[in-house]
Design a binder for this molecule. Sequence first.
Ligand SMILES: [Zn+2]
Length: 234
Amino acid sequence: MTVRKLVPSQIDTVVFPGGTVEAHGASCIGTDNLIPELIANGIADRLNALIAPTLNYGITRSLYRYNGGITITESTYQSFVSDILDSFAGIGFHNVIMLNGHGGNNSMLKAAAADFHRRHKANIAVIHWWELCGEMTRQFFGHVGGHAGTDETALVQSIEPALGGQADYKPELAYYMQPGADVYPVPGSILLYKEGEGYPNYDLSQVKAYREKVIATVGDFAAMVIDRWRSFGL
Ligand SMILES: [Zn+2]
């Protein structure tokens, strides 16, 4: 009844979080779902949006064989996401802000989004938060993040410090991604991009401030995009 009352007359935007289940060093295997959910809760009111249930499963590739890894095939994932997006349009949502927490989903989400906007004449932005916030993260921590690196671990710890697995964390868990090689499974589940940078060894007092910056950065971007869609009558 609430949805019928609000959509689309009062609310025409939906925020849709999604990630996957995979190893994250000492941090929890639900990291890629917890973070987009956290951001969704932080931006929905500002965007006058409802939050859809999280799509907790995604495309896990190079970390699949680490304990806890769950994957679905690319074609299944794209179809599944497309069906959900179609349902959003059917409900009456005109703008979709998808918050993606997992790099393995990027290309299929891009394809599903391009298809959705064309078929429904509706609007969609898929936000890969760690990329959108990359420069802010570098400024905040003084270095770049990484998979289960500074950025992800800080956000998980802003929800619950124990989820970051600080007691089990060792710098040797980290593997630096080498250009020029595709390795399955990748030999480490903390994946960093720059030698000497990205270790999640910050002061716990920083994590809440970082969370607010991520929410503000994603919220600013999504609000700007929605405003511009409206200004063009889209
Ligand atoms: Zn992750």
